[in-house]
Design a protein around this ligand. Structure first.
Ligand code: BES
Ligand code: ZN
Length: 622
């Protein structure tokens, strides 16, 4: 609202109040009220973007993206519009096709710079001519050596949480929603894909056109360029990967269609038409990223036995919790991730049964205990609702949002019963589809639509606004994990190993077994296990990671494990893995070893991973 409008509105309200009527905001006012935003310079209440036409060229020689971004704007009588930028060069700006003046605000380490563009109150479109720079944090440019096939370079973007502004000038708040069209020019040996309707084959001239017709938040803008192919799993699901990975990816993700069906049966139609996954090179900093229509995934989930595919269920679940109903601010991040973990585990249960679902939930439960322990000096960080003022939203990306969020929802489910809870969630997604939600709005909705109608009292406020875990938490148990714990005891008590005990173990049992080694365990015990199970050479990335962590903790050096740890850290850039291992070095006073490896591995990491490890190891790259 502009000042004059505000004043007029105030007078009108007063008038209505005097005459005893309730002042309802007019439709226009309703749609133009955005919550306060800590992580964007945009002032969407005065002028907001709603459609983007992107026209860019991807140049691998200079490692620069350049071109123009044209926005349709909703102009609420404003004389400027503010976009977020960071490490971009702005070359020229137009308003309705005519050059206009602009100003770049002061640079902030987290937020970048406001791009303030002068417009008229009649302006309907703005165009920004720009290029990225070598500092652009969203992009990772990979040499052929860093890819699976090793013959062509590769590029991918990572937008969440506030990195889209480093490759596109944009109003970079999750409250904003835009549709987009894009034209992307790439070298003709390569294919480009986006979080949009995608090509299934290469274009002869390297020019690709994209449309995203459903409105999405800017953090979900995504682009990948490489020598990739497509293979369909079903009519609406499939995989993109480099040639040497495509069959493996296709086999691993063969249950994708079943997952979508299970998800739809739970919480309503899949609203994005297509659900594909692109398997990226191993430096991708996350397990997965839920870019709409095209999830980005690490190749470390390809285990050969589908044992790590809950990650696909997770990213798919974000098509509802996150992409359809979006956290309004990063303080409400748990609304994205907690709901998604809950939904992920329900999809896994539907496909593979309760045993597997509960094992996944218990792994998260242990992560949650570890996280709460790690925050024992800063208990406020264990609240679901965050306070990220002056902080990078990345600080909220920990087990609290995911696993405390999950536990809260599971506890709610067990309190009201699954049937009621499912009906509630289905309605929640439907009611808030293509909009954003704050924690407070959710609490309201929960009270009105689930708790009050069912006469249930529940300590929602404690779960959301207090640190730690409330005592009414759901208790999760797994016979399979109890067996794994027994096997561990037995093994530590006797000299021999009965390998038949582990014969039917899945990845999850192995992970649980390894993670629960007692502190009294010795390097010699590790050696016995390694001789029996060759864990230092585990091909499953999750098992390898937890085993490496224990090798570092327990000073175990047999079976080439040190070299394997180093190779793993150089090849894989998945932040969760990398961070876990470097933390183990650090915690055990092995900082020198960590730094020696990090010097070699850092050049392979995306900025997201490098920033985390720089901070952890106090590493100064200058
Ligand atoms: N949306 C997240 C990744 C993310 C969060 C990126 C915050 C940047 C900021 C994604 O859905 C996710 O949670 N990935 C997890 C996998 C999952 C199975 C828990 C990951 O990458 O480990
Ligand atoms: Zn997630």
């Amino acid at each position: 609202m502009t000042i004059t409008k505000k004043a007029a509105f105030f007078k009108l309200s007063l008038l209505l109040l005097v005459f005893g009527c309730k002042a309802e905001p007019k439709e226009e006012e309703k749609t133009m009220t955005y919550a306060e935003e800590l992580h964007s310079y945009a002032k969407p209440n005065t002028s907001v973007i709603n459609h983007l036409d992107l026209d860019i060229t991807v140049d691998f020689d200079s490692e620069i993206i350049s071109g123009k971004a044209t926005y349709s704007i909703k102009n609420n009588n404003a004389d400027n519009i503010i976009l977020d930028t960071k490490f971009l060069e702005i070359n020229k700006v137009e308003a309705d096709g005519k050059q206009t003046t602009f100003e770049l605000g002061e640079f902030d380490e987290q937020l970048g710079q406001a791009l303030i563009i002068d417009i008229k109150n009649t302006t309907k479109t703005i165009t920004v001519y720009y290029n990225t720079t070598d500092k652009t944090e969203a992009l990772q440019w990979l040499s052929p050596q860093q890819t699976a096939d090793k013959t062509h370079p590769f590029l991918f973007t990572q937008g969440q949480a506030i990195l889209t502004r480093t490759w596109i000038p944009i109003q970079d708040s999750p409250q904003i929603r835009i549709t987009y069209d894009a034209t992307v020019k790439v070298p003709k040996e390569l294919m480009a894909v986006m979080s949009a309707e995608n090509p299934k084959t290469k274009s002869p001239d390297g020019v690709y056109s994209f449309t995203m017709k459903q409105p999405i938040s800017p953090y979900l803008m995504a682009l990948a360029v490489g020598d990739i192919e497509y293979k369909a799993v079903s009519e609406r699901t499939g995989v993109y990967a480099e040639k040497s990975m495509i069959e493996k990816a296709h086999n691993e993700f063969s249950d994708m269609e079943k997952m979508v069906v299970a998800a739809e049966n739970l919480y309503g139609d899949y609203d994005w038409d297509q659900f594909d996954v692109i398997v990226l090179p191993p430096s991708f900093p996350f397990g997965g990223m839920e870019n709409p229509r095209l999830t980005f995934a690490t190749p470390t989930v390809i285990a050969g036995d589908k044992s790590l595919t809950s990650l696909i269920a997770h990213e798919l679940a974000h098509s509802w919790s996150g992409n359809l109903v979006t956290n309004a601010t990063w303080n409400d991040f748990w609304l994205n991730e907690g709901f998604t973990v809950y939904f992920e585990i329900r999809i896994m249960e539907a496909l593979y049964g309760k045993d597997r679902a509960n094992m996944i939930a218990l792994i998260g439960r242990q992560d949650l205990d570890d996280e709460i322990e790690s925050f024992k000096e800063e208990p406020n960080r264990t609240k679901l609702k965050l306070d990220l003022a002056d902080k990078n939203p990345d600080d909220g990306m920990n087990s609290i949002a995911y696993d405390k969020g999950y536990l809260f929802l599971r506890t709610l489910e067990e309190t009201v019963g699954r049937e009621k809870f499912d009906a509630f969630l289905k309605n929640y997604f439907k009611t808030h589809a293509f909009s954003t939600i704050t924690t407070e709005k959710f609490v309201d909705y929960l009270n009105t639509n689930l708790l009050e109608p069912n006469n249930v009292t529940f300590n929602t406020e404690e779960w959301i606004y207090q640190p730690g875990i409330p005592s009414n938490q759901a208790i999760i148990s797994s016979d399979k994990f109890v067996n794994a714990e027994k096997a561990l005891e037995q093994f530590l008590e006797s000299d021999t190993i009965d390998t038949s005990i582990t014969k039917d173990w899945t990845t999850l049992e192995w992970v649980h077994f390894i993670r629960n080694f007692p502190e009294t365990m010795t390097a010699k015990d590790m050696m016995r296990l390694d001789d029996a199970f060759n864990l230092s050479n585990a091909s499953n990335s999750h098992i390898a990671m937890v085993w490496f962590e224990q090798a570092i903790n327990l000073d175990y050096h047999g079976n080439n494990v040190d070299q394997n740890i180093e190779d793993f850290l150089i090849r894989v850039g998945r932040r969760w893995y990398v961070n876990t291992l470097f933390k183990a070095f650090e915690k055990n006073g092995k900082t020198e070893e960590a730094l020696a490896i990090y010097k070699k591995s850092r050049p392979n990491y995306h900025s997201v991973t490098a920033n985390t490890i720089d901070e952890l190891l106090d590493f100064n790259n200058e």
